[in-house]
Design a protein around this ligand. Sequence first.
Ligand code: GN1
Ligand code: MG
Length: 358
Amino acid sequence: MQIAKSAYAFRLDGNPISCEAFGHGHINHTLKLTTDTGAEYVLQRINKYVFRDPVRLMANVSAVTDFLRTRVEDPRMALHFIPTHDGLYYHRDEDGEFWRVYDFVGGFCLDMPESDEDFYQSALAFGRFQHLLSDFPAETLYETIPEFHNTVDRYRQFKASVKADNVGRAAGVQADIDFLLEREELACSLQKMRESGELPLRVTHNDTKLNNVLLDKATRKSLCVLDLDTVMPGLSLHDFGDSIRFGAATAAEDEKDLSKMRMDLHLFEVYTKGFLEAAAALTDTEVKMLPMGALSITLELATRFLKDYLDGDLYFKTAYPEHNLVRARTQIKLAADMQSKWDDMNRIVAEVAAQVRK
Ligand code: GN1
Ligand code: MG
């Protein structure tokens, strides 16, 4: 493949000799670059339809990775972005596209855990991310997607869509609407605790899925977390919660057979253990609220899917007309299952915390 012209804007070690498509991300365009000194890099074009402000996005990403690099013993544990000849972490080409380059580190990612250990490794990686950034001034980061996990605001938007009922779908989903409205106070409790200062503002990743964790090829241990595009100020509990919502669920987000959707308490325990071992700087209140992190993010996502269904499917990509409704219902089922296991979730958190927090 021809060398992408933007590669020459960066301070590379050597001259680029090869450039090939790399990875299978759905958002950014990713290439692997090799130079005549054998140096290897990842060159990415940022999707500016998804990310409206690539300059602020890169300000967040580079501030966080620069900070992480001063805190890790193995350089593979933090992404290393390469500046341009102008000293910026992004290059804007003549078409107005934004590019960035970081060091290529060997390793691999998994879409699904193949064992408890894999899931545990992802918990260590996200816990470590939280821990290493615990004294980073989170308030200095831009909110690249404003009010992303402001559940109060999500409910406000949801209720507005119910009221507007733009495509006439509300009557058919009244039971689902009622389920979510009955749990509004619960779902919004963390946001209230953030506003009152009971929960600290943290640097959050906001896409804490297993496939954003880089594993070492030889040891299969986690090295670092990738995809920092949605790094923002937020609550540690949302990052924890989203990992549980996605990774400890027994079915896919769009499983139609609701009887298959549950939260696996064993996987909840595996993840909690790894997360608490690594994220030692969490406050006692944060630890206590971990189960609420999982429940509130699940309810929040249910409102987002159902809102989108009521709006006529404007935000999430759908493959068929009921897709968002199916997704909303799996999240509702998952939330209901969490509530039925509430005492066990709290007991597990207390037991794990007693073991690992000395
Ligand atoms: C979107 O596209 P993906 O999978 O990275 C969404 C998340 C949701 C997720 C649900 C920017 O993330 O908040 O949890 O779908 N991202 C954005 O599948 O809205
Ligand atoms: Mg993502």
